[in-house]
Design a protein around this ligand. Structure first.
Ligand code: PEP
Length: 257
């Protein structure tokens, strides 16, 4: 069956000293969630620090973004081959903070979905599992357009790379209205969207749909993770704020056991 995955997105937080404290505290309790896949996503500068701390622990690491290009004149970008160099197993792709806060906002959103699909292809080519973030904005949510928005990116990814490639990815349903707001989606709401996503894949390939991990992300904390993770189509979480507090993050990981 599907192995739960908890991914901790540190965003632009941390320092060498605070990361060390956090990593030591999480690792001290690793035995209590050993059956769960756990991946940490520090700012890229700290990848080596995280790699050194986590090598041999069964935990994983990756970055918060990747370029869709192989190499070349792309100032400030990081390639999938570089991630491989640091033994990254996962990468986040299409996070809403990339879409909303940077130049990516100026791009046509459908065009952006195509770029996300290219980044996904590049990651898979280098043996890195992309976690593709998908979710509706607050406006789209209030207009009842959740399924339409989720389906748009999924359909582009399937059309561009074929459904077979979905056997090499993780999807994360991340409603933008829930990210960093404290407004967690109810387990019932999240389950309905996850089930819609799985069915969308099942139309193409039932086996791939059955093995596809779909995470929920958006204000998951130690005290609300268990009922979310108990839902049949929720296979773990993508955690932002809650991943920089060791006790909170460990509690979330334990809820996925
Ligand atoms: C995220 O950054 O992907 C996220 C879900 O953030 P938070 O948990 O803080 O809502």
């Amino acid at each position: 069956m599907r192995k739960p995955l908890v991914a901790g997105n540190w965003k632009m937080n941390g320092s060498s000293a605070s990361n060390k404290l956090l990593l030591d505290a999480i690792l001290a309790q690793r035995d209590s969630f050993a059956s769960v896949d756990v991946a940490l996503f520090p700012p890229a500068l700290y990848i080596q620090q995280v790699q050194s701390a986590l090598t041999g622990t069964g935990m994983h690491w990756g970055t918060q973004n990747v370029s869709q290009f192989d190499s070349g004149a792309y100032t400030g970008e990081i390639s999938a081959a570089m991630l491989r160099d640091f033994s990254c197993q996962y990468v986040l792709i299409g996070h809403s903070e990339r879409r909303c806060l940077y130049a990516e906002l100026n791009l046509d959103q459908v065009f952006l979905d195509h770029i996300i699909a290219e980044k996904y292809e590049m990651s898979v080519k280098h043996g890195i599992t992309p976690i593709i973030c998908i979710g509706e904005s607050p406006e789209e949510h209030s207009m009842g357009r959740t399924e339409e928005m989720v389906a748009r990116l999924m359909d582009i990814v399937i059309a561009q790379q074929g459904v077979e490639m979905l056997s090499k990815v993780v999807l994360a349903y991340e409603p933008v209205w829930a990210i960093g707001t404290g407004k967690t989606a109810s387990p019932e709401w999240a389950q309905d969207v996850h089930s819609f996503m799985r069915q969308r894949v099942a139309k193409h390939d039932a086996n791939i749909a059955a093995s596809l991990r779909i995470l929920y992300g958006g204000s998951v904390k130690g005290n609300n993770a268990a009922p979310l993770f108990a839902k049949p189509d929720i296979d773990g979480g993508l955690i932002g704020g809650g991943s920089r507090d060791a006790d909170e993050f460990v509690q979330i990981c334990q809820a996925a056991v």
